[in-house]
Design a protein around this ligand. Structure first.
Ligand code: SAM
Ligand code: SF4
Length: 460
């Protein structure tokens, strides 16, 4: 695969085996100074198995997460628009050969109906998800762009979706430009596996069977002007240490070529999928302990890249792993098109584990002293890609983020929360506001007054 030097990764894995405290502690100290790690350092951390050192890795990851993201956690919901797909990915229920799967794509009206359901719960950010296919009368890009527009156009009173991200098929530069014109936030695309041989064995048919075309898609998205991209391996297809190092190589390539790496990294693990025997026994299933470690190591390796944890993970795992470096979590996800309404149920892509409602997740975050955030301000103020990083790295964005997180949370509490959540939520807001510097407190007091007066969508 282009940009991925498998021999180098193998050497790094072979040589990283025996790092003791004398080698690991200086690496952790480098991370604590919020510097990005070299790939050799990431390899050394991934090789650690001594529980005492793993604990130090977790402590350092929690420190870095707190230093950069504070205690904010952004919430979003996926919106599956179609389960039609031209590819044959062995781990996925949507693979074209899965004859037993009931297929469905949503039209613009059905998309708006789903979004209205999410808006009524308080969602403000969604991730549109689709198989790799057009729909009758429309090419893939025409369908994706219309879907994004339909999602933005949905209204429930004064509420609407502020940021629509998308996880869909790789496109040409030309088509990526059209997708950008539909006003997407992040374009997300997982390489699934960076191991060439494994990739070819897991992607049997269709456009996705070419690993280089997929890897190159992130370059094409950047070339088309989409500078917020999300990447990730699908953990379970090959050795998690290989995948994590290869992803670091991919990031190095992007940083060299475009001056900026991905906006987010996702860490999906394979879950059971209807019609996929493979998904029930992934060849390199990642244990819970290794999963926690890899999240922490990614946090330490690229401190400024957001990290996403989905409802594939159990409630217990999510509650624990957030502290190790996660900045965004999904809520009450359904992986089938139309899954949020009560009408006919279509088949989903895989089984989710954490079934809690948005309100239950908000309650959990409050209890653990995290600020639930619905903020989309950076994207709307065009603080994306390199311009976002140039503010984030010197710490200039932190104050703004806290203010925006608290304001969007206050709006959520006012409009959607039950009395119990309101009570604990307002207490959290009071505690967190007291921690702000004078300038931010002055800013927030004006915004809070506006919210109290019934205005919405306030941000800096
Ligand atoms: N069809 C597009 C693609 O594959 O890039 C985008 C949507 S696909 C529905 C989103 C992601 O779901 C895939 O990239 C893959 O990593 C993940 N996925 C597929 N099957 C899965 C499974 N059984 N468990 C967990 N994640 C899965
Ligand atoms: Fe299609 Fe994506 Fe599923 Fe592969 S992972 S079968 S491309 S929906």
């Amino acid at each position: 695969m282009k940009h991925i030097d498998e021999n180098k990764i193998q050497d790094l894995l072979n040589n990283a085996g025996k790092a003791g405290e004398d080698k690991i502690v200086p690496i952790l100290n480098k991370s604590r100074s919020l510097k990005r790690l070299a790939i050799e350092e990431t390899a050394a951390l991934l090789a650690v198995n001594d529980p005492r050192l793993v604990k130090k890795i977790f402590e350092a990851a929690a420190y870095v997460k707190n230093a950069i993201y504070g205690n904010r956690v952004v919430l979003f919901a996926p919106l599956y628009i179609s389960n039609f797909c031209a590819n044959e990915c062995v781990y996925c229920a949507f693979q074209s050969g899965n004859a037993g799967l009931k297929r469905k794509y949503l039209n613009a009206a059905e998309i708006r109906e789903q979004v209205e359901w999410l808006l009524k719960r308080g969602h403000k950010r969604i991730l549109v998800v689709a198989g790799e296919s057009g729909v009758p009368g429309k090419s893939a890009i025409e369908y994706y762009a219309e879907a994004v527009e339909a999602a933005y156009s949905a209204r429930v009173g004064q509420h609407y979706i502020k940021r629509v991200n998308i996880n869909c098929a790789p496109l040409s530069v030309e088509d990526f430009k059209k997708l950008k014109a539909s006003n997407i936030g992040t374009f997300q695309l997982f390489q699934e596996t960076y191991h060439d041989d494994t990739y070819r064995k897991c992607h049997l048919k269709g456009p996705k069977s070419d690993p280089d075309n997929r890897l190159d898609a992130i370059d094409r998205a950047f070339s088309a002007g989409i500078d917020d991209v999300g990447i990730g391996p699908l953990y379970g297809l090959y050795d998690y240490r290989f995948e994590t190092l290869a992803m670091m190589m991919h990031i190095e390539h992007l940083e060299k070529k475009f001056n900026v790496g991905p906006h987010t990294i996702s860490v999906p693990r394979i879950e059971p999928a209807v019609g996929s025997e493979f998904s029930l026994h992934p060849p390199y299933q990642v244990s819970d302990d290794d999963f926690k470690k890899l999240v922490a190591v990614i946090r330490l390796s690229v401190p400024y890249t957001g990290m996403i944890l989905t409802t594939r993970e159990t409630a217990e795992m999510r509650d624990e792993v957030i502290s190790l470096g996660i900045s965004q979590i999904s809520a009450e996800s359904k992986t089938s098109p139309g899954g949020y309404s009560d009408s006919e149920k279509w088949d989903g892509q895989f089984t989710t584990s954490d079934k809690r409602s948005l309100e239950e997740l908000v309650g959990m975050l409050i209890e653990k002293n995290y600020i639930p955030s619905f903020c989309a301000a950076c994207y709307r103020r065009e603080r994306t890609g390199e311009s976002f990083m140039s503010l984030a790295k010197p710490g200039l964005i932190k104050g703004m983020c806290s203010v925006n997180a608290l304001v969007t949370f206050k709006e959520y509490l006012a409009d959607f929360a039950s009395p119990k959540i309101k009570e604990t939520g307002y207490e959290l807001i009071e505690r967190e506001t007291a921690k702000l510097d004078e300038k931010s407190r002055a800013q927030i007091s004006k915004l809070f007054s506006a919210v109290d007066a019934g205005m919405r969508d306030e941000y800096v």
